[in-house]
Design a protein around this ligand. Structure first.
Ligand code: TMP
Length: 233
């Protein structure tokens, strides 16, 4: 029986993934505005980050410190997952339980794509680390903003270049992109792939179409809740 005060359904958990320069931040903010306009209580967060610890780990993980940077991809995976556990327990879990819709820029698929497909950590090892971090929490819907790495990397302003853009070569980023596409192919019910080479406006329109289909009309995904939505703008 549901305890008194507990929402009957938890909120939607929607993640945004993709290679560098795919425009996740812009699109997450637009989706937040769209869903809020339709009456959902939306929380926006990001990985790594979103908590005090996560933002500190983000500084460490993305800093271009040359010789001091981690050289071991499992170390990276553990640190990203430490930030993830803190975010899940402190922010995402409570928000979903309160019936809020959570939009997160990057989640566990990024570790699979970057540390797994990109840097060679086995997916078995990553699955075990992820399970400890998330207690099995999976997104209801993942929007994969797909684009070739050479286009995405060119979009980065010099001040935005992190360790992952500076210290990893184009082949690594190609493996990351291919990894995302392979993960999506293996889980088509959860993923929607959007061509992120299109204009920002067209990408937003494509994402809106996915949201209309899967969130507003409640079709397409296997088990997420069906929030009560106002369908007029
Ligand atoms: P971004 O938030 O600007 O995309 O930067 C995050 C960087 O961290 C990006 O290069 C991808 C990388 N990353 C991983 O390598 N593994 C992970 O699990 C996550 C969440 C991010």
């Amino acid at each position: 029986m549901t305890p008194p005060g507990t929402p009957a359904r938890r909120g939607w958990f929607i993640t945004f993934e993709g290679p560098e320069g795919a425009g996740k931040t812009t699109q997450v903010d637009r989706v937040a505005a769209t869903l809020a306009g339709r009456g959902l209580d939306v929380l926006v967060t990001r990985e790594p980050g979103g908590t005090w610890l996560g933002e500190r780990l983000r500084e460490v993980l993305l800093a271009r410190t040359g010789a001091g940077a981690p050289r071991d991809a499992t170390t990276d995976a553990l640190l990203f997952n430490a930030a993830r556990r803190q975010l899940v327990t402190e922010v995402i879990g409570p928000a979903l339980q309160a019936g809020r819709t959570v939009l997160c820029a990057r989640f566990a698929d990024s570790t699979r794509a970057y540390q797994g497909y990109g840097a060679g950590v086995s997916l078995e090892r990553l699955n075990a680390i992820e399970a400890a971090a998330t207690d099995g929490l999976r997104p209801d819907l993942t929007i994969l903003l797909d684009l070739p790495p050479e286009i995405g990397l060119q979009r980065k302003a010099p001040g935005e270049v992190t360790r992952f853009e500076a210290d990893f070569d184009l082949e690594f980023h190609q493996r990351v992109r291919d990894g995302f596409l392979a993960i999506a192919a293996g889980d088509p019910g959860r993923f929607a792939i959007v061509d992120a080479t299109a204009s920002e406006r067209d990408v937003t329109a494509a994402i809106d179409a996915v949201l209309l289909d899967r969130v507003v009309r409640g079709g397409g995904t296997s088990e997420p809740p069906t929030p009560v939505l106002r369908t007029t703008r």
